[in-house]
Design a protein around this ligand. Structure first.
Ligand SMILES: [Zn+2]
Length: 158
């Protein structure tokens, strides 16, 4: 198993290529089935409409084959559902560095404010507006900063 989890964890998200599936929280587990000896990779899609999951599965297979485990099994689990809380701190930092506004953590029990300020990833200004519900991909919305007038992608909080 040495190196197998690392190989899978290094697979990048096909839509947001700066972040790995591990940092995004898609990768739930890499185990070995004691009965068969096969590697079992468990993933949870960011959201059901995301067409990137097929690409992610193919990329995981490729990474496993390169790590010498081509007979792995990839399981997709939908419960518990993925949420943006699963994005790691290093993942959030990478999103911000790439000009993608990281979603605000949505924790259970928190009251969601009516006006949720989305800060500009370039200048940090909260003076932003949503241009389109769909940005460069279905998982992102297109926003524009009113301070520096730069458009940016905002990963939808789920
Ligand atoms: Zn700005």
């Amino acid at each position: 198993m040495t190196g197998t989890r690392e190989a899978v964890a290094a697979v990048v998200d096909p839509e947001i290529r700066v972040i790995t599936i591990d940092e995004l929280g898609i990768l739930r587990a890499v185990d070995e089935d004691p009965a068969t000896g096969r590697v079992v990779v468990t993933i949870t899609p960011t959201y059901t409409g995301c067409p990137a999951m097929d690409v992610i599965r193919a990329d995981i297979r490729q990474a496993l084959a390169a790590a010498g485990r081509p007979d792995a099994e990839i399981r997709t689990v939908f419960s518990p559902a993925w949420s943006t809380d699963w994005i790691s701190d290093s993942g959030r930092a990478k999103l911000a560095a790439a000009g993608i506004a990281p979603p605000a953590p949505v924790r259970a029990g928190n009251v969601v404010p009516l006006t949720l300020a989305v800060r500009c990833p370039r200048c940090g200004s909260p003076e932003t507006e949503q241009l389109s519900r769909f940005g460069s991909t279905a998982c992102k919305a297109l926003w524009r900063c009113r301070s520096c007038s730069e458009p940016f992608d905002h990963l939808k909080a789920l």
